[in-house]
Ligand binder design. Structure first.
Ligand SMILES: CC(C)(COP(=O)(O)OP(=O)(O)OC[C@H]1O[C@@H](n2cnc3c(N)ncnc32)[C@H](O)[C@@H]1OP(=O)(O)O)[C@@H](O)C(=O)NCCC(=O)NCCS
Length: 160
């Protein structure tokens, strides 16, 4: 049995830990590090963990965690835009030990209800081409593909 509840500030260390563990292999920050090595002494893990920290700072009421037997094993974060009424799901992760049990599906249902109740009329999400799960899963939830983007990085120690 699982339970979904709102984020509490004391969850943050666990959400950072889950982020670093879960985004190994599906992170732009990690791809940058593969390409250029460590930059400014900051590993990709720290840069990626900063994303969930930002989500929790900007819209803590829109971050939901899923617990199994009292332990936090996943989360979803959301953002609201009252002007455009298009919400956003920036981050989502489930502990590898608890995957394929429908926890992400349940987190999405919770996030959709929150976004609707907050007046959003649509919701956006992105996934990487290298993220096979995201590409398979999101269309099942009714997300329609709207664009593909290419990310580049260039070291400024190089000329020109
Ligand atoms: C994406 C993620 C959150 C899914 O979590 P989950 O709790 O395992 O997902 P669910 O059990 O709710 O599965 C939902 C559906 O996703 C698809 N899916 C999940 N894992 C899959 C896999 N390994 N291969 C193919 N499809 C998969 C399936 O269609 C699944 O439905 P089904 O089990 O009824 O067939 C989890 O894999 C994760 O943390 N991945 C790393 C971080 C990440 O990619 N986050 C999203 C960034 S865009």
């Amino acid at each position: 049995m699982h339970r979904i509840r709102g984020f509490q500030p004391e969850d943050l260390p666990r959400l950072r830990e889950l982020t670093i563990q879960c985004f190994d292999g599906v992170s732009i920050d990690q791809n940058i590090e593969r390409e250029l090595g460590t930059i400014a002494g900051i590993g990709w893990q720290e840069r990626k963990a900063a994303h969930i920290e930002e989500d929790c700072r900007v819209n803590p009421a829109g971050v939901f965690v899923v617990e199994v037997q009292g332990d936090v094993v996943g989360y979803i974060s959301t953002r609201l835009n009252p002007s455009t009424r298009i919400g956003w799901i920036p981050n989502l992760a489930v502990d590898p030990r608890f995957r394929r049990h429908g926890l992400a599906r349940a987190l999405f249902a919770h996030a959709f209800a929150y976004l609707r109740a907050s007046g959003m009329l649509a919701v956006r999400i992105e996934t990487l081409e290298q993220n096979a799960v995201g590409r398979a899963f999101y269309p099942q939830l009714g997300f329609r593909e709207t664009a593909r983007q290419i990310h580049y990085v260039k070291p400024l120690t190089e000329e020109p």
